[in-house]
Design a protein around this ligand. Structure first.
Ligand code: MN
Length: 719
């Protein structure tokens, strides 16, 4: 805390004509009135008005402003009255303190409509004397600096929001950029600590090599100026986290190097030298198009003057931003209106600037008088401060905002859908991490991709962002669709061929209505998914084809017919031990194959049903041994295909079904039927009927299927 003599000395140093006695009396009076009151920080309350006064001495404000700062909370927070102050310090001070007190009362209202209403009053009061606003801004700045001591989060957030919505924009309007930057950044720290921290982390990460680069740029620019005979002071300043963040939000730019978020400043003696310095830079470095701004010929409404340019610097063509100004312009850039107390006497020109500065206040009042809804105005000054997000960077320094809990998958999809689809891994801050890794603020994320990669259904559980989830779902859906399509078409082709026809889309197109499908593709997919059998389609296209002709259909096949089907006269019943003339059919529970040990069960009027010896269904016949018939296979079972039924558990991944049909096809098996018995997010269970020549054939196919990583189990269906 500033001691009494220090404060007085500071004011006297820039305003020797100040009333020293009055300053001393104000200091003592404030201390006495606030007495033993304490702040949330535990400090004595009177430290606050003294700090506020101290802040204003940095702006070299007149003694009236300093006295007002010392007394600004007396009326609101102590026994002291406005009359007391007027009596002791004069009418002028009374009027100023009254203005600040009114503003403070506005602050105590919390409802938004009140804020907007009172914001008008604030402007009215302020427009009478700019010093009221300056004291109020310094008051707010000190309160923001000590905001962390306030226990209630709700209160802290309200104050921070009000600062961001009302006070920071006001500071900017009067050109008080120093205050504006700090107020914004402090509000940002409260309202979006995560975003701010992510930027601070990023800065930290870049600082390792960044200091060198910026040092080199400063040295080089200084030399450039000296070469052209210009006496210049070159400096580099890192922008505030909030201004970096806002720039990234609005311009969608990243920062790869520290220099990307630095403003380099060249301060020279006079306006002529400003333009000379600009020439010196432009003759040495390529200029970024559209980045030259002459705020000297056309100052900003708040009085800001400077030349701005953007250059490509050095062999790396580093983009840098340079501001060129005189010392006076620099002071105004930092302190705006307040700087005019210093330059007030100097020349008539700044008098003009001052006139311009007050004009915006009048314009602002005008807008407020005519605005239909005061909240509408507040809306325009609102800052976007997002929460519940995590902020990460690409290796190029682009900011990617993601929901909290986001993983590299989310990041990859936020960068680009194609990047997401091809993600195989991620490096976070240079280290490889699993795809489940939760990203933190400020992480630099480098996505590793592979052309061979496709999204896995598991990813949907790993991703948290809507975009990633939707992209994964869409990809899986399309992928599965095309797998089913391919599989269904293959099955149809075989089914057609089995009846001696060629499969054509045209033929299938003729039966769309019957199956209530819109396209041949839909039919293929329905077959591939097992909703429709290929056989049904063939029968629909060629009504002459009888459904019963297939051995896998669990239909009675009279032996005589089976013989005929083989063609020719030679007797080729594959099963030994059958009763002549008796119908035979193969049990659909176990699908016996040549090579299997088999047994027959006789059912009166139906014939013999052939089961494998280990079929569970046989248990039902334990008590009726008279129905059992010993059967065996012929040496040469012939060429008629038999149907084996497999029960598979496969992981739900794109490409699995296609791979499955390829493996079976390559091993000369035909899929004649396919049915999903269970579909879960991670695994499918399905039954596949495969046409094979014998059990050895099926065993080979099972072995080939077990070799597929996506297939977790393959068993023959038993009962
Ligand atoms: Mn205060």
């Amino acid at each position: 805390m500033l001691r009494q003599f220090e404060l007085v000395e500071r004011v006297m140093s820039y305003d020797p004509a100040a009333d020293e006695d009055r300053l001393n009396r104000a200091y003592v009076y404030a201390m006495k009135m606030h007495g033993s009151q304490t702040r949330a920080s535990g400090d004595p309350y009177f430290s606050h008005p003294i700090e506020v006064a101290g802040i204003l001495t940095e702006l070299k404000l007149d003694a009236d402003s300093i006295v007002t700062a010392l007394l600004h909370d007396v009326v609101e927070d102590t026994e002291g009255t406005l009359e007391d102050i007027e009596r002791m310090f004069g009418e002028e001070i009374g009027r100023l303190v009254d203005g600040v007190t009114k503003l403070t009362r506005i602050e105590l209202q919390s409802e938004q409509s009140k804020d907007a209403e009172n914001f008008r009053k604030l402007v009215v009061a302020m427009s009478e004397d700019i010093r009221v606003l300056l004291v109020k801004l310094a008051d707010r700045l000190h309160n923001m600096r000590t905001l962390r001591f306030i226990k209630s989060e709700e209160k802290r957030r309200r104050i921070a929001r009000e600062t961001a919505d009302i006070y920071a924009p006001l500071a900017e309007r009067i050109g008080l950029n120093r205050f504006k930057d700090e107020l914004e950044d402090l509000a940002f720290a409260e309202l979006n600590r995560d975003a701010r921290e992510s930027i601070l982390n990023r800065l930290e990460y870049l600082k390792s090599d960044g200091e060198d680069i910026s040092r080199r740029i400063i040295d080089r620019l200084t030399r450039d100026m000296a070469e052209d005979g210009l006496e210049a002071r070159v400096s580099g300043r890192i922008k505030t986290p909030y201004s970096i963040w806002r720039k990234m939000q609005h311009r969608n730019v990243g920062f790869e190097h520290l220099a990307d978020i630095m403003a380099f400043r060249v301060v020279v003696k006079d306006i002529a030298q400003c333009y000379q310095a600009l020439g010196a830079l432009h003759s040495r470095y390529p200029v970024m198009p559209g980045r030259i701004k002459d705020y000297i010929s056309t100052p900003k409404p708040n009085g800001y003057r400077s030349l701005h340019t953007g250059l490509y610097f050095g062999p790396e063509q580093q983009r840098i931003e340079v501001q060129i100004r005189t010392l006076e312009m620099h002071e105004i850039a930092e302190y705006g209106v307040a700087a005019h107390w210093v330059y007030k006497q100097k020349d008539a020109e700044s008098q003009q600037v001052e006139g311009r500065q007050y004009r915006w206040l009048r314009e602002l009042l005008d807008i407020l008088e005519h605005a239909q809804n005061p909240e509408e105005f507040l809306e325009h000054t609102k800052l976007e401060m997002f929460q519940d997000q995590v902020f990460c960077f690409t290796p190029k320094g682009d900011l990617i905002a993601l929901p909290r809990g986001a993983t590299p998958i989310d990041f990859a999809y936020a960068v680009h859908t194609e990047v997401g689809n091809r993600t195989v891994g991620a490096r976070v801050n240079g280290r490889l991490v699993p795809l489940r890794h939760r990203l933190g603020n400020g992480d630099q994320v480098d996505i590793v991709t592979s052309k061979a990669q496709t999204p896995s259904p598991d990813w949907e559980n790993i991703a948290v962002s809507g975009k990633a989830k939707a992209c994964i779902r869409r990809f899986i859906r399309n992928e599965q669709r095309s797998q089913y399509l391919q599989l269904g078409r293959q099955m149809l082709e075989r089914a057609f061929k089995a009846e001696g026809y060629d499969y054509t889309e045209k033929a299938v197109a003729g039966v769309l209505k019957k199956f209530k499908q819109d396209s041949v593709e839909e039919i293929c997919i329905a077959v591939g998914q097992g909703h429709l059998s290929a056989r049904e389609v063939v029968v629909a296209v060629f009504p002459g084809v009888r459904e019963a002709a297939k051995p896998d259909k669990d239909k009675v096949v009279p032996i005589a017919k089976a013989r005929r089907a083989r063609g020719g006269d030679h007797f080729a019943i594959p099963i030994k031990g059958l009763i002549p003339g008796m119908a035979v059919h193969f049990a659909h529970c176990c699908h016996p194959l040549p090579g299997d040990r088999i047994v027959g069960i006789v059912t009166t009027g139906k014939g013999v049903t052939v089961h494998t010896i280990d079929c569970d269904t046989l248990q039902q016949f334990q008590d009726t041994p008279e129905r059992w018939v010993d059967l065996g296979w012929e040496q040469d079972p012939g060429e008629e295909p038999f149907t084996g039924r497999l029960h598979l558990t496969v992981s739900n991944e794109p490409g699995v079904l296609g791979g499955l049909s390829t493996v079976i096809g390559r091993n000369e098996g035909n899929i004649s039927n396919l049915k999903f018995t269970r579909r879960a997010l991670d695994f499918y269970e399905l039954l596949i009927d495969v046409e094979v020549s014998d059990v050895k054939h099926l065993t080979n196919i099972m072995a080939a299927l077990r070799a597929m990583p996506a297939i977790s189990s393959v068993e023959r269906a038993r009962g």
